[in-house]
Design a protein around this ligand. Structure first.
Ligand SMILES: Cc1ncc(COP(=O)(O)O)c(C=O)c1O
Length: 465
């Protein structure tokens, strides 16, 4: 596959023992780094891809680009062979620009703008979802040859972001009418999709949703859609570092065996969080603090420290605003100090840098006493964070420092269109972000960063080209 990744996004190939924490420490050592940054571990994405294929061999992952459109993540998944769920013209453009064939894309937004449907038709992305009469009329007008997938609603009892309130028709009361209308309009319905809610807390919902899908398949055949061949089980899979898809995969595999034992039905999913969350670790610096004393509900005075860090809810922590119970659960935002501290954790709160009082990352937490210049680490920050980040109040959007273990690299490098000239050895991790460092021309004319030549740790740097 040809991938035209032309960005100057660089990957450091790591040898020996390392972790996102050690990489982060290395970057901030020396005190020159002041802006927040992510460390992106490409190997985490690769490992998750293999786990998925092992546990759900029948379900093809179509990565949901909306979750994190970092080109390196998208290009890595493309190289591994996933498909893609795109929700807009720009997402289709991004995915096709790195050489992904349009057949590996589903336009999975049930409410599309007419111009985006026309673009999809031109790009050759034929498969798209719908859940309303109005959408059918639009598709009839702009892309009558589309391969349609009916999105039904089936909600998990609990999810971080329930989606059913916005999308998905009722499989019993609304689906029959929509399927009939599509048939009358001469449109081709080829499958059913659902999304049980992002960050789903209930695995049994996939069984219910697959059961409903089976009934809709039969209905569709009854009204003349003779070529029903695609089941799209959406997203909702956990993405945190030690989360496990074993249980949910068993539910899904069992339900598929029961309701879709016919192998002629292709099964895809649209995982976002699953691939993106754990691969990105965010590092943020404490730049100010304030000691406050407040009376608690019993009127007893309690002291508390407010820490101000260089990224907040209008930046990478926007998940605090959007996810329903992000920062109050174990799955949410958790701050860790990057240097060992022997003092006992004290009650505190963590605030973003903007002048808005809503910009609070952690309203009630415990951390050992911190000083200005101390760094905090936040794991699992790759989902619905980077792509929504704004520079509100003039605070910079964190840059991504990508790393990969040399063992994973040796396998992936043959899938990426890279040559040896894209590598050099050095120690690019110290000091401010490499994008701010002088860029020297490489032997092939590709700009390469100016690097020092210390060998601890040994790093190999490449530019995707
Ligand atoms: C249509 C669709 N598919 C897939 C996803 C990805 O979901 P998740 O990140 O929960 O896997 C979303 C998230 O909003 C979505 O709207």
């Amino acid at each position: 596959m040809k991938m035209n990744v032309s960005e100057k996004q660089r990957i450091r190939v790591m040898e020996g023992d390392w972790s996102p924490l050690s990489v982060g420490r290395h970057i901030v050592d020396g005190g020159l780094q002041e802006d927040p940054f992510y460390v992106m571990d490409v190997g985490e994405v690769v490992a998750r891809y293999h786990t998925w294929r092992e546990l759900m061999p029948r379900v093809e992952p179509f990565y949901a680009v909306k979750c994190n459109d970092d080109k390196l993540l998208v290009a890595t998944l493309a190289a591994l062979g996933t498909g893609f769920d795109c929700a807009s013209k720009a997402e289709i453009e991004l995915v096709t620009s790195i050489g992904v064939h349009p057949e590996r894309i589903i336009f999975a937004n049930p409410a599309k703008m007419a111009s985006h449907i026309k673009y999809s038709a031109r790009a050759g992305v034929d498969t798209m979802t719908f859940d309303s009469e109005a959408e059918l009329m639009k598709i009839k007008q702009h892309m009558p040859h589309a391969q349609l997938v009916l999105r039904i609603r089936c909600d998990a009892a609990k999810a971080r972001c329930p989606l059913g309130i916005k999308f998905g028709c009722d499989p019993v009361t609304e689906a029959p009418g929509l399927l009939k209308l599509a048939a009358v309009l001469g449109l081709q319905v080829i499958g059913v999709s659902f999304h049980v809610g992002s960050g789903t807390q209930e695995t049994g919902v996939y069984l219910r949703a697959i059961q409903h899908s089976r009934a809709v398949f039969s209905l569709a055949a009854d009204v003349g859609h003779a070529n029903m061949r695609l089941l799209d089980i959406g997203g909702g899979f956990p993405g945190a570092l030690h989360s496990d898809i074993r249980e949910v995969s068993q539910v899904i595999n069992g339900a598929l065996e029961t309701y879709f034992s016919d192998r002629s039905v292709r099964v895809i999913a649209e995982p976002g969080r699953y691939f993106a969350a754990a691969a990105y670790t965010l590092f943020a610096m404490v730049h100010s603090s304030r000691r406050v004393t407040q009376k608690d509900q019993e009127g007893v005075e309690q002291s508390h420290t407010m820490y101000f860090i260089n990224v907040g809810v209008y930046g990478s922590f926007n998940c605090v605003l959007y996810d329903q119970f992000t920062c109050y659960t174990n799955e949410g935002v958790v701050a860790e100090t990057i240097k060992p501290k022997c003092e006992k954790p004290q009650p505190c709160s963590v605030w973003g840098p903007s002048c808005d009082s809503k910009d609070c990352v952690l309203p009630n937490t415990f951390l050992p006493p911190l000083s200005t210049g101390d760094w905090l680490m936040f794991r699992d920050m790759g989902a619905y964070s980077l792509c929504i980040t704004s520079a509100f109040n003039g605070f910079p959007v964190p840059k991504v420092r990508a790393v990969i273990d040399s063992s994973v690299w040796s396998v992936l490098k043959d899938l990426w269109p890279l040559s040896d000239s894209h590598f050099c050895r050095g120690d690019p991790m110290t000091g401010p972000q490499s994008a701010d460092q002088p860029i020297l021309p490489s032997p092939t004319g590709t700009p390469m960063p100016c690097l020092s030549h210390s060998t601890e740790p040994v790093l190999v740097e490449c530019a995707l080209k």
